[in-house]
Design a protein around this ligand. Structure first.
Ligand SMILES: [Zn+2]
Length: 282
Protein backbone atom coordinates (compact mmCIF):
# COMPACT_ATOMS: atom_id res chain seq x y z
CA UNK A 1 0.00 0.00 0.00
CA UNK A 2 1.47 3.30 -1.04
CA UNK A 3 1.60 6.24 1.31
CA UNK A 4 0.10 9.57 0.41
CA UNK A 5 1.54 12.42 2.40
CA UNK A 6 -1.32 14.85 2.30
CA UNK A 7 -1.34 18.47 3.19
CA UNK A 8 -4.00 20.27 5.15
CA UNK A 9 -4.72 22.50 2.15
CA UNK A 10 -6.97 24.84 4.11
CA UNK A 11 -4.17 25.55 6.58
CA UNK A 12 -1.58 25.91 3.82
CA UNK A 13 -3.79 28.34 1.88
CA UNK A 14 -4.51 30.41 5.02
CA UNK A 15 -0.81 30.53 5.83
CA UNK A 16 0.05 31.59 2.28
CA UNK A 17 -2.60 34.33 2.32
CA UNK A 18 -0.92 35.81 5.40
CA UNK A 19 2.44 36.10 3.64
CA UNK A 20 1.60 37.08 0.06
CA UNK A 21 4.31 36.25 -2.46
CA UNK A 22 6.26 33.94 -0.12
CA UNK A 23 6.64 30.30 -1.13
CA UNK A 24 5.24 27.80 1.37
CA UNK A 25 5.82 24.06 1.42
CA UNK A 26 2.38 22.54 0.92
CA UNK A 27 2.85 18.79 0.70
CA UNK A 28 5.20 15.91 -0.03
CA UNK A 29 4.13 12.96 -2.16
CA UNK A 30 5.76 9.70 -3.14
CA UNK A 31 5.34 10.18 -6.89
CA UNK A 32 6.30 13.09 -9.13
CA UNK A 33 3.07 12.71 -11.06
CA UNK A 34 0.99 13.17 -7.94
CA UNK A 35 2.85 16.34 -6.97
CA UNK A 36 2.55 17.69 -10.52
CA UNK A 37 -1.19 17.20 -10.65
CA UNK A 38 -1.65 18.74 -7.20
CA UNK A 39 0.38 21.81 -8.30
CA UNK A 40 -1.92 22.13 -11.33
CA UNK A 41 -5.00 21.84 -9.14
CA UNK A 42 -3.68 24.58 -6.84
CA UNK A 43 -3.09 26.94 -9.78
CA UNK A 44 -6.42 26.39 -11.47
CA UNK A 45 -8.42 26.34 -8.23
CA UNK A 46 -9.69 22.78 -8.62
CA UNK A 47 -8.87 22.40 -4.94
CA UNK A 48 -11.44 24.55 -3.10
CA UNK A 49 -8.94 25.99 -0.61
CA UNK A 50 -7.10 27.74 -3.45
CA UNK A 51 -10.02 29.52 -5.10
CA UNK A 52 -10.52 31.70 -7.00
CA UNK A 53 -8.44 30.15 -9.77
CA UNK A 54 -5.02 31.71 -10.28
CA UNK A 55 -4.97 33.48 -6.92
CA UNK A 56 -2.28 30.96 -5.95
CA UNK A 57 0.89 29.99 -7.78
CA UNK A 58 2.36 26.49 -7.35
CA UNK A 59 5.17 24.33 -8.58
CA UNK A 60 6.31 20.78 -8.09
CA UNK A 61 9.96 19.81 -7.51
CA UNK A 62 12.18 16.92 -6.49
CA UNK A 63 12.42 16.34 -2.74
CA UNK A 64 14.48 13.89 -0.69
CA UNK A 65 11.17 12.27 0.20
CA UNK A 66 9.90 12.14 -3.42
CA UNK A 67 7.90 15.04 -4.80
CA UNK A 68 7.17 18.36 -3.12
CA UNK A 69 4.58 21.04 -3.89
CA UNK A 70 5.33 24.67 -3.00
CA UNK A 71 2.62 27.33 -3.16
CA UNK A 72 2.40 31.11 -2.85
CA UNK A 73 -0.46 33.56 -2.73
CA UNK A 74 -0.26 35.93 -5.69
CA UNK A 75 -3.69 37.56 -5.96
CA UNK A 76 -3.24 41.27 -6.66
CA UNK A 77 0.54 40.94 -6.66
CA UNK A 78 2.73 41.77 -9.61
CA UNK A 79 5.16 38.86 -9.27
CA UNK A 80 7.23 37.40 -12.08
CA UNK A 81 6.72 33.69 -12.72
CA UNK A 82 9.46 31.54 -11.27
CA UNK A 83 11.77 30.13 -13.97
CA UNK A 84 12.63 26.41 -13.83
CA UNK A 85 16.34 27.08 -14.25
CA UNK A 86 18.81 29.81 -13.37
CA UNK A 87 22.18 30.64 -14.93
CA UNK A 88 25.09 30.90 -12.51
CA UNK A 89 28.84 31.44 -12.67
CA UNK A 90 30.61 28.72 -10.72
CA UNK A 91 34.31 28.20 -9.95
CA UNK A 92 35.59 24.86 -11.25
CA UNK A 93 38.69 23.56 -9.50
CA UNK A 94 38.82 20.42 -11.64
CA UNK A 95 38.96 16.84 -10.38
CA UNK A 96 42.71 16.15 -10.65
CA UNK A 97 44.49 15.80 -7.30
CA UNK A 98 46.85 18.71 -6.79
CA UNK A 99 45.21 20.71 -9.58
CA UNK A 100 45.37 24.25 -8.33
CA UNK A 101 43.86 26.21 -11.20
CA UNK A 102 40.37 27.50 -11.26
CA UNK A 103 38.16 28.54 -14.11
CA UNK A 104 34.72 30.09 -13.97
CA UNK A 105 31.98 28.14 -15.72
CA UNK A 106 28.62 29.63 -16.64
CA UNK A 107 26.01 26.91 -16.24
CA UNK A 108 22.28 26.36 -15.93
CA UNK A 109 20.92 24.68 -12.81
CA UNK A 110 17.51 24.19 -11.29
CA UNK A 111 16.06 27.29 -9.63
CA UNK A 112 15.12 25.02 -6.71
CA UNK A 113 17.06 23.31 -3.93
CA UNK A 114 17.83 19.70 -4.86
CA UNK A 115 17.02 18.47 -1.37
CA UNK A 116 13.70 20.12 -0.55
CA UNK A 117 12.59 21.99 -3.69
CA UNK A 118 12.62 25.41 -1.98
CA UNK A 119 13.64 28.35 -4.16
CA UNK A 120 17.41 28.76 -4.39
CA UNK A 121 19.17 32.04 -3.92
CA UNK A 122 19.05 34.99 -4.07
CA UNK A 123 22.10 35.04 -6.32
CA UNK A 124 24.74 37.74 -6.07
CA UNK A 125 28.17 38.37 -7.59
CA UNK A 126 31.29 37.58 -5.63
CA UNK A 127 34.75 38.79 -6.63
CA UNK A 128 37.88 36.97 -5.54
CA UNK A 129 41.54 36.94 -6.47
CA UNK A 130 43.33 33.76 -7.49
CA UNK A 131 47.00 33.84 -8.54
CA UNK A 132 46.77 37.56 -9.18
CA UNK A 133 43.68 37.20 -11.37
CA UNK A 134 40.45 38.90 -10.39
CA UNK A 135 37.60 36.44 -10.86
CA UNK A 136 33.86 36.81 -10.48
CA UNK A 137 31.50 34.00 -9.59
CA UNK A 138 28.02 33.78 -8.10
CA UNK A 139 27.18 33.00 -4.50
CA UNK A 140 23.85 32.29 -2.90
CA UNK A 141 22.43 31.06 0.35
CA UNK A 142 19.30 28.97 0.36
CA UNK A 143 16.72 30.01 2.92
CA UNK A 144 15.84 26.35 3.45
CA UNK A 145 19.27 25.81 5.02
CA UNK A 146 20.50 23.28 2.45
CA UNK A 147 23.64 24.96 1.18
CA UNK A 148 24.98 24.14 -2.28
CA UNK A 149 28.48 22.84 -2.84
CA UNK A 150 29.99 24.05 -6.14
CA UNK A 151 31.13 20.52 -7.02
CA UNK A 152 27.57 19.25 -6.84
CA UNK A 153 26.31 22.34 -8.65
CA UNK A 154 28.70 21.55 -11.53
CA UNK A 155 27.62 17.91 -11.48
CA UNK A 156 23.95 18.96 -11.53
CA UNK A 157 24.61 21.34 -14.44
CA UNK A 158 26.38 18.61 -16.42
CA UNK A 159 23.52 16.19 -15.85
CA UNK A 160 20.98 18.86 -16.84
CA UNK A 161 22.93 19.82 -19.98
CA UNK A 162 23.42 16.18 -20.89
CA UNK A 163 19.72 15.50 -20.36
CA UNK A 164 18.83 18.44 -22.59
CA UNK A 165 21.26 17.26 -25.26
CA UNK A 166 19.91 13.74 -25.06
CA UNK A 167 16.37 15.02 -25.34
CA UNK A 168 17.30 17.12 -28.36
CA UNK A 169 19.29 14.38 -30.08
CA UNK A 170 16.94 11.59 -29.01
CA UNK A 171 19.80 9.26 -29.82
CA UNK A 172 19.06 5.66 -28.84
CA UNK A 173 22.70 4.72 -29.48
CA UNK A 174 24.14 6.16 -26.30
CA UNK A 175 21.94 5.32 -23.35
CA UNK A 176 22.85 7.63 -20.52
CA UNK A 177 22.38 6.53 -16.95
CA UNK A 178 19.87 8.91 -15.44
CA UNK A 179 17.65 8.73 -12.41
CA UNK A 180 13.97 7.98 -12.92
CA UNK A 181 12.20 11.33 -12.88
CA UNK A 182 10.69 11.81 -9.46
CA UNK A 183 12.24 8.59 -8.27
CA UNK A 184 13.31 8.21 -4.65
CA UNK A 185 16.86 7.47 -5.78
CA UNK A 186 17.02 9.84 -8.78
CA UNK A 187 19.46 12.24 -7.13
CA UNK A 188 21.77 9.37 -6.12
CA UNK A 189 21.66 7.89 -9.64
CA UNK A 190 22.47 11.27 -11.20
CA UNK A 191 25.35 11.74 -8.80
CA UNK A 192 26.76 8.24 -9.46
CA UNK A 193 26.33 8.75 -13.20
CA UNK A 194 28.39 11.90 -12.96
CA UNK A 195 31.18 10.21 -10.96
CA UNK A 196 31.07 7.15 -13.18
CA UNK A 197 31.29 9.27 -16.33
CA UNK A 198 34.65 10.58 -15.16
CA UNK A 199 35.89 7.09 -14.23
CA UNK A 200 33.98 4.16 -15.80
CA UNK A 201 35.81 1.53 -13.71
CA UNK A 202 34.54 3.08 -10.50
CA UNK A 203 33.34 0.64 -7.83
CA UNK A 204 30.12 1.01 -5.90
CA UNK A 205 31.91 1.20 -2.55
CA UNK A 206 33.92 4.18 -3.81
CA UNK A 207 30.81 6.24 -4.54
CA UNK A 208 29.28 5.58 -1.12
CA UNK A 209 31.08 8.46 0.66
CA UNK A 210 29.93 10.83 -2.12
CA UNK A 211 26.35 9.62 -1.88
CA UNK A 212 26.44 10.07 1.91
CA UNK A 213 28.11 13.48 1.64
CA UNK A 214 25.15 14.53 -0.45
CA UNK A 215 22.80 13.46 2.34
CA UNK A 216 21.35 10.56 0.33
CA UNK A 217 21.50 8.14 3.25
CA UNK A 218 18.71 5.85 2.10
CA UNK A 219 20.33 5.34 -1.31
CA UNK A 220 23.67 4.69 0.40
CA UNK A 221 22.09 1.98 2.53
CA UNK A 222 20.48 0.36 -0.52
CA UNK A 223 23.85 0.32 -2.29
CA UNK A 224 25.49 -1.24 0.76
CA UNK A 225 22.90 -4.06 0.81
CA UNK A 226 23.21 -4.47 -2.95
CA UNK A 227 27.01 -4.85 -2.75
CA UNK A 228 26.62 -7.25 0.18
CA UNK A 229 24.21 -9.45 -1.78
CA UNK A 230 26.12 -9.24 -5.04
CA UNK A 231 28.23 -12.15 -6.25
CA UNK A 232 30.98 -9.69 -7.17
CA UNK A 233 31.06 -8.32 -3.61
CA UNK A 234 33.35 -5.31 -3.13
CA UNK A 235 34.17 -5.37 -6.86
CA UNK A 236 30.56 -4.50 -7.74
CA UNK A 237 30.65 -1.53 -10.09
CA UNK A 238 29.12 1.86 -9.43
CA UNK A 239 27.23 1.47 -12.70
CA UNK A 240 25.60 -1.76 -11.49
CA UNK A 241 24.56 -0.01 -8.28
CA UNK A 242 23.06 2.88 -10.25
CA UNK A 243 21.15 0.47 -12.50
CA UNK A 244 19.83 -1.28 -9.40
CA UNK A 245 18.55 2.04 -8.00
CA UNK A 246 16.90 2.82 -11.34
CA UNK A 247 15.23 -0.58 -11.29
CA UNK A 248 13.80 0.08 -7.82
CA UNK A 249 12.48 3.49 -8.88
CA UNK A 250 10.93 2.10 -12.04
CA UNK A 251 9.19 -0.56 -10.02
CA UNK A 252 7.74 2.17 -7.76
CA UNK A 253 6.72 4.24 -10.76
CA UNK A 254 4.88 1.35 -12.37
CA UNK A 255 2.99 0.78 -9.12
CA UNK A 256 2.27 4.53 -8.89
CA UNK A 257 0.97 4.67 -12.46
CA UNK A 258 -1.36 1.80 -11.73
CA UNK A 259 -2.73 3.67 -8.71
CA UNK A 260 -2.73 7.11 -10.32
CA UNK A 261 -5.53 6.10 -12.66
CA UNK A 262 -7.68 5.20 -9.72
CA UNK A 263 -6.59 8.22 -7.69
CA UNK A 264 -7.45 10.84 -10.32
CA UNK A 265 -11.12 9.93 -10.09
CA UNK A 266 -11.43 11.16 -6.53
CA UNK A 267 -10.87 14.51 -4.80
CA UNK A 268 -7.59 15.12 -2.98
CA UNK A 269 -7.35 14.23 0.66
CA UNK A 270 -10.37 11.95 0.81
CA UNK A 271 -10.01 8.54 2.30
CA UNK A 272 -6.24 8.58 2.11
CA UNK A 273 -3.80 8.43 4.92
CA UNK A 274 -2.81 11.90 6.09
CA UNK A 275 0.58 11.70 7.72
CA UNK A 276 2.51 14.74 6.69
CA UNK A 277 1.71 18.39 6.69
CA UNK A 278 3.78 21.45 6.98
CA UNK A 279 3.12 24.98 6.06
CA UNK A 280 4.97 27.00 8.61
CA UNK A 281 8.23 27.39 6.72
CA UNK A 282 9.33 30.66 5.24
ZN1 LIG B 1 16.52 22.83 0.61
Amino acid sequence: MRRYLQADHKAVAANARQTPGAWILAAIYDARMTGQSVARMVRNGTTAAYRPAESFDAYEAVHDGGSVVWVRYVAGLDVAPMPDTVTVRVPDYGTQPGYECVCIRTVDISSRCRRCGAPRGPIRSHTFVKDGDRLVCDVWENDCGHQDDYRFVLAEARVLAEGNRTQRAKSPKKPLIRGVEGGRYAAAVDLIAELYREKPSLRALRVLPHVEAHGLMEAAQVIRYFVGDSATGPHTSARAAALHLIELDEETRRAAEAEQTEWQDGPIGCGREATHTTGDNQ
